[in-house]
Every structure is written in C-alpha cells, then in structure tokens.
Design a protein around this ligand. Structure first.
Ligand code: PSU
Ligand code: MN
Length: 315
C-alpha cells in the first residue's frame, strides 16, 4: 500500500490491516466512518466501554455506513475490528495509548495499543478513509505555560486530509488557546448548525466559530473544495454540539472541573495520563453525569459522520 514503510531490501512492508468489510466498502464507494479506540480503552469506564464501542458501530450501520474502529493489535495497525478485537481493546488494563508518534514503536515491538485522534486520523487517511468521528479533540492544556502540554492531535490534523466530526475540543482544555492554535496551524473549523464553538460536555464553549455548515452535503462540498484548493494537506474539523437537553449542567461543570484540575496538579499527573485522569475525575465528581453528556456528544457525532460519509461518496 502506498506510503507503507520500505524494508532494508527496498520491498514495501504492508503493515496496515484493513478488514474485509472495510476494504469492500471502500472499493464499492460505500460510506465508511473511522472511529478511534482511545476513547474506548482510556476515556470510558469498563465494562460500559465495550457496550458503547458496539453501540457506536451499530449507530454507523443504522445510517447505512460501515464503521472502521482503529487500533493496533500485536503490532499490526488495524482498520476495522471484529467484535473479539473490540473486546480486547475494551477489556485490557494494560493497553497503551498511542499517539501518531507511537505507531512505529508499537509496530516494531508488537504491542497492543488504542489510538488517539492523532494516530487514528493518520491510519484512517493512510487506508483511504476521509471521515472520522470522535468525542472531543485534544488541544492546549490550561497549564500550557508551565507544562507545554498541547495534544499531538492538533499538529497531526494540520498535515492530514481528513474530516473529524467532534463536539469541539475537551472542555478541560484552554479552549481559546486551542482555537488559536488550530488557526495558526491552518486547520479548517466549522460549527455544524451553530455559530458557537461547542464545549464537549457543554453545548457552547463560550467561544464563537467563524463558519457554520448546515447539511452533510455542505460539509462534503467543503471537503471537495479542500482537494481543489492548492496547499498542504490539512483536516476539516466539523464541530457538532451536544443537544442542550443532554449537556452537563454548566455550573456543575465549572465547579467540578476546578477541583479536578487541582487534584491533577496535586498528584503530579503529567503527559498522556492527564486527559484520562481528568475525564475520570469529572465522571466521579458528577456522579456519572459527565459520562452521559460525553456519550450523548459522541453518539451525535457518529451519526453525523455517517451522513457526511454518505454525502461524500455520492460526490
Ligand atoms: N474524545 C472523548 N474521549 C477521549 C478522547 C476523545 O470523548 O478520551 C481521546 C482522544 O483519543 C484524543 C485524546 O485524541 O483523548 C487526547 O489525549 P491527549 O490530550 O493526551 O492528547
Ligand atoms: Mn497531552
């Protein structure tokens, strides 16, 4: 496959395994939606995570598209997982969290790993997928001046031609700084049916978004325009807000987030562990309400992504 690494003999090594179902869908121009696995392995509690993973795949199918959950198993990046493979991703305590930079390390060492937005988007694009659904993007953390913690999601989206449907960026982040970084990096951002940038658990992050798209056909038209306008490959972020009735209560959100951020600093949590730690603390401190808002957002994103994928293949 194009872009696969070349071995010492100059032979192309095909490391990417695309499931039969996904391969068939791609060759017949059927809609396909990429789904990430870090949200399953590190973003949601067991055993609910497996049920959610299956439900999200089902939601894609209900819209007439084929789901392609992406993960690395035994060092093989896989696009499209069987139920058994999904169980493996959801059931393991030890499974790694893989950003795009970790992919060669996981491949060479034969590791299992769940893929974040950055690793998923990179593998999805490599496999020829164009539409990807997740919960909320990573971004610039609030303590950035001290920690320099900015998710690799942003840099990867600046150099990958993919459409990511998300509920904005995680509200645990510095949302204004993250929007600024997306602008600096040249990543296109549009609100779906809104001129307010969504806030992951919240319908409105408190920030505006410059562009509003209202139908899957409109999103697909932007995707086609991306391919015709000269310039480096970059992503399109479709920011789709959680319904107001399903959002986390904003005052509760503000209160528990403040406490969770304090705990994170006090316990010295750093690096890849920060985001899962904060999501978990919020879930416990809201008695599960943040989890329900997160799931409502992801469900909406997955459904919309399937409709965009359908509009995209209709051409
Ligand atoms: N969306 C969710 N839950 C998650 C994530 C997204 O609803 O757990 C994951 C994604 O995989 C995203 C990652 O790439 O969180 C960001 O991690 P970090 O901040 O360490 O880059
Ligand atoms: Mn980080």
């Amino acid at each position: 496959m194009k872009g696969d690494p070349t071995g010492p003999t100059g032979r192309r090594l095909t490391v990417l395994v695309v499931s039969d179902e996904v391969q068939t869908a791609l060759s017949r121009q059927h809609p396909v939606v990429a789904l990430e696995s870090t949200i399953i392995a590190h973003g949601l509690p067991r055993p609910r995570n497996l049920r959610v993973a299956l439900e999200l795949e089902q939601a894609v199918r209900a819209e007439g598209a084929v789901p392609a959950t992406i993960a690395v198993l035994d060092g093989r990046p896989r696009v499209g997982l069987s139920e058994e493979q999904l169980e493996r991703v959801a059931g393991s305590d030890a499974i790694r969290k893989l950003g795009s930079r970790d992919l060669p390390l996981a491949v060479a060492t034969g590791a299992d790993g769940a893929t974040t937005v950055s690793a998923t988007a990179s593998l999805a694009a490599r496999a020829g997928l164009r539409v990807f659904a997740t919960g909320g993007l990573g971004g610039v953390h609030r303590e950035w001046t001290r920690t320099q913690d900015e998710s690799a999601d942003l840099g990867l989206l600046a150099r990958t031609r993919i459409t990511v449907v998300c509920a904005g960026v995680k509200s645990i982040l510095d949302v204004a700084a993250t929007l600024q970084r997306l602008e600096t990096l040249g990543v296109a951002v549009a609100g779906y049916g809104t001129d307010r940038f969504p806030g992951f658990y919240l319908t409105d992050s408190g920030h505006a978004v410059d562009w509003t798209l209202r139908t899957p056909a409109e999103v697909a038209a932007v995707m086609r325009a991306q391919d015709t306008v000269a310039g480096p490959d970059s992503a399109l972020v479709v920011a789709n807000p959680v319904a107001r009735a399903e959002q986390l209560e904003p005052a509760l959100h503000a209160r528990v987030l403040h406490e969770a951020l304090r705990e994170c600093a006090a316990q010295g949590v750093t690096g890849q562990a920060v985001t899962p730690f904060l999501l978990d603390r919020l879930m416990h401190r809201t008695a599960g309400a943040s989890l329900e808002a997160n799931l409502a957002a992801v469900r909406g994103n997955v459904r919309l992504a399937a409709r965009i994928a359908a509009a995209w293949v209709r051409g």
